[in-house]
Ligand binder design. Structure first.
Ligand SMILES: NC(=O)c1ccc[n+]([C@@H]2O[C@H](COP(=O)([O-])OP(=O)(O)OC[C@H]3O[C@@H](n4cnc5c(N)ncnc54)[C@H](OP(=O)(O)O)[C@@H]3O)[C@@H](O)[C@H]2O)c1
Length: 268
């Protein structure tokens, strides 16, 4: 059963919502009675997802500021409000040692993972939230709390998003609450290269005994976005099956880092 948490009739924008965590978040928001606007680059997938959730969709890359303006304009035109923004779309590229990081791919990582969340919140703030209030949830990662092999661009940009979350929480209070959710390893396309081969070994090293499912993260996001969390801002909610506390649980090596170290991306 889904509690509506006061989300009935509210309007929410979820970026990167055609699959994985974003899709689960959008589904749960819709089930709680919210009007949802979903985004992603693949226009057919956006249309399909919007239709399945009874919401609307706007296709494009969050790296494009014009697309983000289109998202807020469309949501305001169709719903007349934007109460919730979930900044979920992200890239884990460029993958590899930082000394080999291509400058264009590095800029793209920051455009998608850091700048886009700021631009979208600016649009929602000026169009609705400054006057009426609202809440923002940024999807970070458990990995932003430490360093890891080959994920330097991803980790650095997500650590910046964590900082941005706290800065915005201070600047936009009391009208708008801004929080983040930091998932551990979750069964999605983005992380398939980590979990697909040898999931049992990964699960065995986690205190809660399994990798995450998109719904595990979605429940936390929707709760934080809702009035149930009305006195919470600037917080980061770890949803990681105990990844951070694993060293008190078992002496196993951290299998995620083994995967990241040994993974060789296909040449494009
Ligand atoms: N899965 C994990 O283990 C894990 C762990 C920690 C944090 N996270 C975070 O969770 C969030 C969701 O990841 P996920 O694992 O659910 O990924 P996913 O299954 O690959 O889904 C990504 C979604 O974002 C869209 N997207 C990708 N790039 C985009 C762009 N530039 N502009 C607009 N939409 C874009 C994708 O659709 P299109 O390809 O059509 O654009 C898709 O809808 C990300 O912020 C990720 O960093 C994931």
């Amino acid at each position: 059963m889904t509690s509506s948490y006061g989300l009935e009739g509210r309007a929410a924008v979820v970026t990167g919502a055609t699959r994985g965590i974003g899709r689960a978040v959008a589904e749960r928001l819709a089930a709680a009675g919210a009007l949802v606007c979903v985004t992603a680059r693949d226009a057919d997938e956006v249309r399909r997802t919007a239709a399945e959730l009874g919401g609307i969709g706007v296709s494009g890359s969050v790296a494009d500021p014009g697309h983000l303006r289109d998202v807020t304009d469309t949501a305001l035109r169709e719903f007349g409000r934007i109460d919730v923004v979930v900044n979920n779309a992200a890239t884990n590229q460029p993958y590899g040692p930082l000394m080999d990081a291509d400058p264009g791919a590095w800029r793209e990582a920051f455009a998608v993972n850091v700048e886009a969340p700021l631009r979208l919140v600016q649009g929602a703030w000026h169009g609705w939230m400054r006057e009426h209030g609202g809440s923002v949830v940024n999807i970070c990662t458990e990995g932003a709390g430490h360093v890891g092999p080959n994920v330097g661009a991803y980790g650095t940009s997500k650590a910046a998003l964590l900082h941005l979350t706290q800065q915005l929480a201070g600047e936009l209070a009391p009208k708008v609450r801004v929080n983040s959710v930091s998932p551990g390893l979750v069964r999605t396309e983005m992380a398939r290269f980590v979990w697909e081969a040898g999931e049992e070994q990964l699960a065995a090293g986690l205190p809660l005994g399994r990798i995450g499912e998109p719904a595990d993260v979605a429940r936390a996001v929707v709760w934080l976005a809702s009035d149930a969390a009305e006195w919470i801002t600037g917080a980061d909610l770890l949803v990681d099956g105990g990844t951070r506390v694993r060293t008190a649980h078992s002496a196993r090596e951290y299998a995620v880092h083994d995967r990241l170290r040994s993974y060789a991306p296909p040449r494009s």
